[in-house]
Ligand binder design. Structure first.
Ligand code: MG
Length: 281
């Protein structure tokens, strides 16, 4: 295939590098959704979802049924066994801190994940809750102690995430569990995109429509393959597990009524409203 057909490749999600080599497969966007009382995976094309039968990570087949995107409720696009996250992975986010010598890992919980359109709930005793727009990696198959070179074949795709973080609790608590893994602190979605060059994607975060974060994943201190390899040295990754790869730039506090949007090119836009908890216990 030649770059003379570049326009066609771009339109279909394929792209050319240099003088003619084709390096990418078509981009496919996978969603998980609820419709008419059923939960299913599907492939999103434009405004239409093509339903899949079976598990997203075990060669699902199209059922032939379609549904309009406007008629479904999108869910977190994956149900991971674990949610790994990496801190301080862009120089623009380091401030006065030194460049880390290795990825700084922490955990969020699967129960913290929410889908597009769900509310981020500020706990009653939270006073400094921040957004963190991030690229999120989705694992394709069991990965244990794999090399950086092997890592790409273990990556299913990528999605957008918001690593919602309570700054006071990060400082005060023994670990970051409450600060990072409380309910609703893990917005994720709207789709898992496969076939993208995740090593160079634009990640942007808007707060009430104002652009607050904007950086490309080529600026990651530890890139996606390096992170997957590093995590797999210590933690066996399973199909559907996710890794939040770190946030660029600066963050700011959220308040009830805010709208946070994390947009990643080729993936889509993850929008969540912010509300106050109903009450303390
Ligand atoms: Mg983060």
């Amino acid at each position: 295939m030649r770059c003379l057909r570049r326009a066609i490749f771009v339109a279909t999600g394929l792209w050319c590098i240099g003088g003619g080599a084709l390096a990418q497969s078509p981009v496919t966007r996978h969603v998980r959704y609820s419709h008419a009382g059923r939960v299913a995976y599907g492939v999103l094309e434009g405004e239409t979802i093509h339903e899949l039968d079976g598990d997203l990570f075990a060669a699902p087949r199209p059922t032939g049924r379609t549904v309009r995107l406007a008629d479904v409720r999108l869910l977190p696009p994956v149900q991971p066994s674990k949610v790994i996250a990496v801190g301080l992975n862009y120089r623009s986010h380091l401030g006065e801190r030194p460049v880390p010598a290795y990825p700084g890992l922490f955990a969020k919980l699967p129960s913290s994940l929410i889908g597009p359109g769900e509310n981020i709930v500020i706990p009653a005793d939270s006073r400094d809750l921040h957004y963190e727009g991030e690229l999120v990696v989705v694992i394709a198959k069991t990965a244990r102690n794999i090399s950086v070179a092997e890592a790409p074949q273990y990556i299913f795709g990528v999605t957008a995430g918001n690593d919602v973080s309570e700054r006071e609790w990060q400082q005060a608590d023994l670990q970051w569990l409450r600060a990072k893994a409380s309910d609703t602190f893990g917005p994720i979605g709207p789709a898992i995109a496969t076939g993208l060059n995740y090593n160079d994607l634009l990640v942007q975060t808007r707060l009430n429509g104002d652009l607050r974060q904007s950086e490309r994943t080529r600026d990651l201190i530890f890139d996606v393959p390096a992170l997957v390899s590093y995590v797999s040295r210590y933690i066996t990754l399973l199909p559907g597990d996710v890794i939040y790869t770190g946030t660029p730039g600066t963050t700011a506090a959220l308040k009830p009524g805010d709208v946070v949007e994390v947009e990643i090119e080729g993936v889509g836009l993850l929008r969540n409203h912010v509300v106050a908890a109903a009450r303390s216990p």
